[in-house]
Design a protein around this ligand. Structure first.
Ligand code: AMP
Ligand code: ZN
Length: 487
């Protein structure tokens, strides 16, 4: 069957992805036929998400949309960290959420509630598909305690004074993902020395809660709260297991310690390989290469940029860089993305009203564009090249608007389909519509004022009545005419 220039969805499976674990591009083969089980690490909810977070989340969404395009059923889990992530990603110190909540003098869960709403709003505005499940760490404390007990029973963990640690000497593959030198490992151990640990490189599974700590739970080791890493082991296994799942993803900062610790916990505890592919997105950085982060205090919030540029511009901007290259934040590049998005909008407008003609050039162009797009995406999700294929096609269609109407329709479908995989919604943002409508109403009001100044009452009344019919009520106030929308 030919679907818009494509042979058969799901026919060609040669998607290659760079696996951090093996440090090479490998062909993706699903563990369960026709299905992709995919876990990516979500936000720590103590602030709005910044555009660096949005960059990572957008790529995992593109990957998931591309798998669906290829005919896979995708189960995508994105956790929400609402306990246990300590300042500076360290193994000791204050919990990020508890600290921010006490600064704001509200309950940590109220803080989480507010920012979860803001997170989902940003995700929706960016046209990132909601994950199948967004499990919260605090909803899985019992399962975490269960896994920690198993690790103690198996000799991979030990308890000291109400704290439980993973003994990294018990798991020989601890370094397999990060491949760190022994100097780096020792340097890590020298940060925050903890007298309870047998070895300073061991990491925390369960932490004893000080009296004043609000977020704490009963456990076999007393009142406490979980370490940051254990939630992902438990939730990925619960929703994607039992057994190994296909893909685990996150930003590059998570390779160590977070993902290395997840591997140790899951593989030692559950007794099998955790995930087949490990994907990591490089960072969005500020000019000069400085990491953007909520804890660095230099975060550029995603919602502010969505407001200013719209979701499509941001998605275009993210797709313009490969997920494994560092992207330096640059408003000029954002402006270029805005122009590119506008070029697509204008073409789609043009296609709505195009008369069509006899030229047959687009048939071959449609097939060529699809092929180029797929080849780029199959090569480790090369979104910049995939995007180039779309933008070249936009120019071609603009220059070949004299093709028959049904080919123009197919061209539009292709733009929407491929653009959609990159997260482009391709509808003019409603704020732009609002601005446009507001501007037109104000022009008519000004015209009516001119008629009134010239005492052309019939014409001025005609404008008022016509606007009323369209649901715009206008009122003449002292020296100013205001309007309101009645529907
Ligand atoms: P966090 O809320 O800090 O736990 O991060 C949520 C996700 O965003 C993780 O996968 C991080 O690796 C990723 N992330 C954090 N900062 C950046 C950044 N500046 N650029 C790209 N991804 C990031
Ligand atoms: Zn995680």
């Amino acid at each position: 069957m030919l679907i818009c220039g494509r042979e058969e969805i799901g026919e060609d499976m040669t998607l290659r992805l760079f696996n951090t674990l093996t440090r090479k591009k490998e062909e993706f083969k699903p563990i369960h036929e026709g299905e992709v089980r995919f876990y990516s690490c979500g936000p720590t909810i103590y602030d709005y998400i910044h555009i660096g977070n949005a960059r990572s989340f957008s790529y995992w969404d593109v990957l998931s949309k591309y798998f669906k395009y290829k005919g896979f059923r995708v189960t995508h889990i994105v956790n929400i960290t609402d306990v246990g992530h300590l300042l500076a990603d360290a193994d000791q110190g204050e919990d990020k959420i508890a600290k921010r909540a006490s600064e704001k003098k509200i309950d940590p869960m109220e803080l989480v509630e507010n920012y979860i709403e803001a997170y989902f709003k940003a995700v929706d505005d960016l046209n990132i598909a909601r994950p199948n499940i967004s499990p919260r760490a605090t909803g899985h404390i019992m399962e975490m305690i269960g896994l920690i007990e198993t690790l103690i029973d198996k000799g991979n963990a030990y308890e000291v004074n109400g704290n439980v640690y993973f003994d990294i000497s018990s798991f020989s593959e601890y370094n397999k993902l990060a491949n760190r030198s022994s100097d780096e490992i020792q340097a890590q151990g020298r940060v925050d020395p903890d007298p309870n640990k047998k070895s300073q490189e061991d990491f925390t599974l369960w932490r004893k809660a000080p009296k004043e700590h609000i977020m704490k739970w009963n456990s076999p080791w007393g009142l406490g709260y979980p370490g940051w890493h254990i939630e992902c082991s438990v939730m990925s296994n619960k929703y994607l297991g039992p057994g190994m799942f296909d893909i685990h993803a996150g930003g590059e900062d998570l390779i160590f310690p977070h993902h290395s610790c997840e591997i140790a916990q899951s593989e030692a505890g559950y007794g099998h390989k955790m995930a087949n592919f490990w994907l990591h997105a490089r960072f969005l950085v500020l000019s000069g290469g400085k990491k953007m982060g909520k804890s660095e205090g230099n975060a550029v919030y995603a919602h502010e940029f969505i407001e200013e540029y719209g979701g499509d511009t941001l998605r275009m901007y993210f797709s313009g860089a490969h997920y494994r290259s560092v992207l330096e934040f640059d408003t000029q590049a954002l402006e270029n993305s805005r122009s590119a998005v506008n070029r697509i909008y204008s073409l789609l407008d043009l296609l709505k009203s195009a008369e069509g003609g006899e030229n047959q050039t687009l048939e071959a162009e449609i097939a060529k564009t699809r092929k180029e797009f797929e080849e780029a995406m199959d090569d480790d999700m090369n979104t910049p090249v995939a995007l180039q294929a779309i933008m070249r096609f936009i120019r071609t269609v603009n220059n070949n608007i004299d093709n028959p109407k049904e080919l123009l329709k197919k061209a539009e479908e292709l733009i929407r389909e491929l653009g959609g995989i990159l997260g482009l919604r391709l509808e003019r943002a409603s704020t732009e519509n609002k601005e446009l409508v507001g501007g037109l109403i104000e022009m008519l009001i000004e015209q009516r004022e001119n008629y009134r100044a010239d005492k052309e009452w019939a014409k001025s009344d005609e404008i008022r009545d016509k606007l009323k019919e369209l649901g715009v009520e206008i009122k003449d106030m002292k020296g100013k005419t205001i309007y309101s929308l009645t529907n």
